[in-house]
Design a protein around this ligand. Structure first.
Ligand code: CA
Length: 388
């Protein structure tokens, strides 16, 4: 079997309302899908992390840089292909966009391998340690409104997300430490005893501000404090983890086994959040997962993007061994973005219907069972939203 074409599909639409996190506001939803065609008619799908113009630039890397390296290769040789592409791009990007681009290609190759074997991705990896997984809902995005409006909206939205059936909820912060603590207090009230809540700073704090917010989160009983400071600040992460009782999480902005080796050896994370569509695809995710478990660091995948990314992560979460195991072991969760996303809800011929499953099954979601990723994107839908 040979690879005959690698195509990027960048999809985009205007969101019904502007959304924000600690770094910026945005008003468009983007998805970057990768399609790999073979001479035997089997097609694989993958996804690259990266919004807006980053997706357009990554399309150039996928089609103009990676495609010529892999045309004619056997798609079953995905580990050989991974290392060939990585070695040829090493001088130009061991992190960032080249790795995001390679991620989508690698995921599509795993989809092909599953279709060839007639096995779902989780079976190809080694089997499902669980046949369903609990989901947490994130929302509570920043808007151009007053702190008072944020506080009231966040309290109501936390209660609404828990009311949808999600087992936990996650909020954004980023208006400044004092305002952020007020919003966290509101989310603690909105969540109540019905679930847990987590706080995502998208690396907006100095270490001292992170200590200020983190101490408040200890009192409020938050489950984790995500990306409190810049991912490059390894010393800061280690200080926060040793000085705060709340779990410190992060890692979505880290890439490949060598980047992950550094943050794990630094002992700065209670919970690791690898992003399979950015760090190097499924091949590299599995190596990073092994590294995390070798350091006894539990993993809750970072999930962002279209139904392709959600399906990929459902398989990976199913195939993740319990750490360390037991009668009632620590369990990972599926991250689910509750904000408007047609590329997650309407891309597939048979939608995953995460919201419906969560509502019906007390926050639990089933693992796809079809070959490969177990999904079929709707080509008419892709044509309708494709901008590049
Ligand atoms: Ca995050």
């Amino acid at each position: 079997m040979k690879i005959i074409r690698v195509t990027s599909h960048v999809l985009q639409y205007d969101l019904p309302e502007e959304l924000g996190y600690s770094q910026q506001f945005y008003s468009r939803r983007t998805a970057h899908l990768v399609e790999i065609e073979t001479d035997e008619g089997i097609t694989g799908w993958g996804e690259c992390f990266g919004p807006g113009n980053v997706a357009l630039a990554n399309k150039g890397i996928v089609e103009k840089v990676i495609q010529p390296m892999v045309l004619g290769d056997d798609p079953m040789d995905r580990d050989v292909i991974w290392h060939k592409v990585y070695n040829l791009l090493r001088d130009h990007g061991q992190k960032g966009m080249p790795m995001q681009a390679l991620s989508g290609v690698d995921i599509a190759l795993w989809d092909i391998a599953g279709k060839v074997a007639g096995l779902p991705l989780h079976k190809l990896i080694g089997g499902a340690h669980r046949d369903r997984i609990s989901a947490y809902g994130y929302g509570m995005m920043l808007k151009r409104e007053s702190i008072e409006d944020h506080v009231m909206r966040f309290r109501d939205e936390a209660a609404a997300i828990i009311g949808m059936g999600f087992v936990a909820t996650k909020m954004k912060v980023g208006l400044g430490p004092r305002a952020d603590v007020r919003m966290c207090e509101a989310v603690a009230v909105g969540t109540g005893d019905a679930g847990r809540f987590m706080v995502d700073a998208n690396h907006c704090y100095t270490t001292s501000d992170a200590f200020y917010v983190g101490r408040a989160l200890e009192d409020l009983g938050a489950y984790w404090f995500e990306e409190p400071i810049a991912p490059e600040d390894l010393d800061g992460y280690r200080e926060l983890r040793s000085g705060l009782k709340v779990n410190i999480s992060g890692g979505e902005a880290e890439f490949n086994r060598w980047g992950w080796r550094s943050i794990l050896e630094n002992r700065g994370l209670d919970i690791a959040q690898p992003e399979v569509c950015a760090l190097g695809g499924i091949s590299e995710y599995l190596r990073v997962l092994t590294l995390c478990h070798a350091h006894f660091t539990p993993v809750i995948n970072h999930v962002w993007g279209s139904a392709v990314a959600v399906a990929t992560n459902l398989h990976l979460l199913a195939a993740m061994p319990a750490l360390p195991g037991g009668l009632t072991p620590w369990e990972p969760m599926l991250e689910f973005d509750t904000t408007h996303n047609l590329f997650r809800d309407e891309l597939l011929k048979e939608p995953l219907d995460i919201r419906g499953q969560v509502a019906r099954n007390h926050g639990m979601v089933a693992i796809p069972q079809g070959p490969g990723l177990g999904i079929e994107p709707d080509r008419e839908f892709i044509r309708a939203y494709e901008v590049a």
